[in-house]
Ligand binder design. Structure first.
Ligand code: HPA
Length: 230
């Protein structure tokens, strides 16, 4: 693999989250050429959405075909357990912002982007099949995007449940919207790290990290298994 620290890439932002390496990794994996962002950029860190989604624009320019976005999320759907992996079938944008606001990048896509089928149905089917082969149970559902960095209130979670959210998190949707704008195939997987606010006694980042550490083997196996099929 070739590893390029973000500070060596022109105009690339630098990650502020502790524990994120902040490098772009390029190499061969399961018969595919892959680019991996080791450390992504969150809106709550203070970056504007153009900066958050800049890597996706670069991916498009480099000829990438499919973007796979992963995240940690709180479970709103009461049948979800911490440690579950969820295929993102759709999203709800509750952040009150959109990465496409501003001059349209005509070379990448249209002004008004259709998000009817944002998450590749074929990709989702490949994920389900790979999981079934590994005996891995996959949830599926709607990811709700909030800015963070505070976690939600129990009242907000009840609202999200009412409007159809299954999971909630502070990332992913900006990159997905820009991916859709530039015609990339998009696939999303959430790791449910906790019950959402009001469904468990308290929320903390340590639990989020602990659960992602626990399931990262499953996560990696699943990614490798689907790469070959994409
Ligand atoms: N809310 C928002 N973001 C999250 C959560 C949550 O409960 N868990 C992990 N990321």
């Amino acid at each position: 693999a070739i590893r390029i620290p973000y500070e060596n890439i022109p105009n690339f932002p630098v990650s502020t989250v502790a524990g994120h390496a902040g490098q772009l990794v390029y190499g061969d994996l399961a018969g595919k050429k892959v680019l991996i962002l080791q450390g992504r950029f969150h809106y709550y860190e203070g970056y504007d959405l153009n900066t958050v989604t800049y890597p996706v624009r670069i991916f498009k320019e480099l000829g990438v075909e499919t973007v796979i976005v992963t995240n940690a999320a709180g479970g709103i759907n009461t049948s979800f357990q911490p440690g579950d992996l969820m295929i993102i079938t759709d999203h709800i944008n509750l952040a009150g912002n959109n990465p496409l606001i501003g001059a349209n990048l005509d070379a990448h896509g249209p002004r008004f982007v259709d998000l009817t089928e944002t998450y590749s149905l074929r990709g989702q089917a490949i994920l389900r099949q790979a999981a079934a082969q590994d005996g891995l149970h996959l949830q599926q559902g709607v990811y709700t995007w909030v800015t963070g960095p505070s976690y939600e209130t129990p009242a907000e979670i009840r609202y999200m449940r009412t409007i159809g959210g299954d999971a909630v998190g502070m990332s992913t949707v900006p990159e997905v919207i820009v991916g859709a704008h530039s015609g990339l195939k998009v696939l999303g997987i959430s790791c449910i790290t906790n019950f959402a606010a009001g469904f468990q006694e308290e929320l903390n980042h340590e639990e989020v990290v602990e659960v992602t550490e626990r399931v990262k083997g499953d996560f990696k196996g699943l990614l490798k298994a689907i790469l070959a099929e994409l």
